[in-house]
Design a protein around this ligand. Structure first.
Ligand code: C2E
Ligand code: CA
Ligand code: CA
Length: 395
């Protein structure tokens, strides 16, 4: 079988299938198309790197296919395509996310050649330098524990720049599993495994340890960036977390106020009292707290107000639709206003185009993060990026 990443198109319109397959092949994918749901094979769906799914297909509907993809733990990046109205697309997106699918977004029909080409170009291919695994990988608890012991989990750093002057402000540390045979494994493949198997705290510890120790390298380069680290809701039952972090940061010489912890909205909902206890103490010690993927969960204004967050991160599913989509535009504007009214910094993640940068700067978004500036990268290249960026940005 070919090593090329596989793109699967599921659409009853053969001309759309042809167009998508053609672009996919041009962009270095192997492409397969299906016009009916009955033809779908689990094995193929599991092997796919990217799936384009029409919501309306004969035999069954796209929502049923989403359920199937979730049941077989499909990890492909999924694009929903549809001629349905924005409301239907929106609920299909929500459903896909709730089912744990790696939803990339939705594309309304009629499809445009350039738009599709861009989507495929933005996806990492396995034969690029920082290549990601793109095949079935299987591991059990023991493999994972061995990988933890061998410190195979490392942070990649993605810059965040100021909306005001585009200067570098900090980095988000995103975990990668550097597997000796498989190469780089992205977090979507192992975070829920770690959570479900009681290993997430060990994984976080490794991330804390590595990022705190990396901090001297930033300081040596004359930079004092803020570093954001993601923590899982499962860890919010550890009342010792604030003290543990302070101890480790002091040992590594990283200033406490340069650390921000990112929590998703759903974390807030579970175990509110315990989380509040931990969050308040983290804040009192000077760390920053960021509410991640904002807009996708269910937190109410009251919760947002009650929890001591210093920062809101607007989910990239809204940012990617800027500035053309009027609903996404309204949502991003309102979240930015809300954040500012509550005295928080507002971050837009998933910024990929110059138009998005311009729009976000116009509405006074404080921080911008996304492939437009840089992808997450290992420490050495992030350091090089930071040095170069410092020269490139006018004061
Ligand atoms: P997240 O916290 O929402 O992180 C942002 C994700 O968006 C990252 O994916 C990043 O690579 C990606 N991204 C950034 N800019 C762009 C862009 O312009 N376009 C697109 N298409 N994507 C962009 P990544 O690194 O695969 O991480 C996925 C998720 O895994 C993270 O989502 C976070 O929830 C989780 N994660 C990552 N590292 C850790 C960790 O150390 N601990 C825990 N508990 N979760 C982590
Ligand atoms: Ca995050
Ligand atoms: Ca996020």
């Amino acid at each position: 079988m070919s090593n090329l990443p596989l793109a699967v198109v599921i659409d009853d319109e053969t001309d759309i299938c042809e167009m998508l397959c053609e672009i996919a092949e041009e962009e270095g994918y192997r492409a397969l198309s299906y016009t009916e749901a009955e033809q779908l094979e689990n094995q193929v769906l599991r092997a796919a790197a990217m799936i384009f799914l029409d919501l309306r297909i004969p035999g069954c509907d796209g929502i049923e296919v989403l359920r199937l993809l979730s049941q077989i733990h499909c990890e492909a990046g999924i694009w929903i395509i549809s001629g349905c109205d924005a409301g239907v697309l929106q609920s299909a997106e929500t459903l896909a996310k709730e089912q744990g699918l790696n939803l990339q977004g939705s594309i309304a029909k009629p499809l445009r050649y350039r738009q599709l080409q861009k989507i495929l170009q933005l996806t990492l291919k396995p034969n690029q330098p920082q290549s990601y695994v793109n095949r079935d990988i299987e591991f059990d608890r023991r493999d994972f524990e061995k990988a933890l012991a061998a410190k195979e989990f490392i942070p990649f750093y993605q810059p965040q720049v100021s909306g005001k002057n585009l200067q570098l402000l900090g980095f988000e540390a995103l975990v990668r599993w550097k597997h000796p045979e498989w190469g780089l494994v992205p977090p979507v493949r192992f975070i829920s495994f770690a959570e479900e198997n009681g290993l997430i705290a060990d994984l976080s510890n490794l991330m804390f340890y590595a990022t705190f120790n990396d901090y001297k390298r930033w300081q040596e380069a004359g930079i004092s960036p803020s570093i954001s680290i993601n923590i899982s809701g499962v860890e919010m039952d550890n009342l010792q977390l604030p003290e543990k972090l302070i101890e480790q940061m002091t040992l590594a010489g990283m200033p406490v106020q340069n650390l921000a912890l990112e929590l998703t909205e759903s974390t807030l909902m579970e175990e509110m009292t315990k989380s509040l206890d931990i969050m308040t103490r983290l804040r009192m010690k000077g760390m920053h707290l960021s509410i991640d993927d904002f807009g996708t969960g269910y937190s109410s204004m009251v919760q947002l107000h009650r929890a001591p967050f210093t920062e809101i991160k607007i989910d990239r599913s809204f940012v990617m639709k800027l500035p053309g989509n009027s609903e996404a535009t309204a949502i991003v504007e309102i979240i930015t206003m809300l954040g500012h009214k509550l005295g928080m910094q507002v971050v837009a993640e998933g910024v990929e185009t110059e138009e998005q940068v311009t729009f976000l700067r116009q509405i006074h978004c404080d921080k911008l993060q996304g492939y437009f500036f840089a992808k997450p990268q290992p420490l050495e290249s992030a350091l090089a990026w930071a040095k170069q960026h410092r020269q490139a940005v006018p004061c």
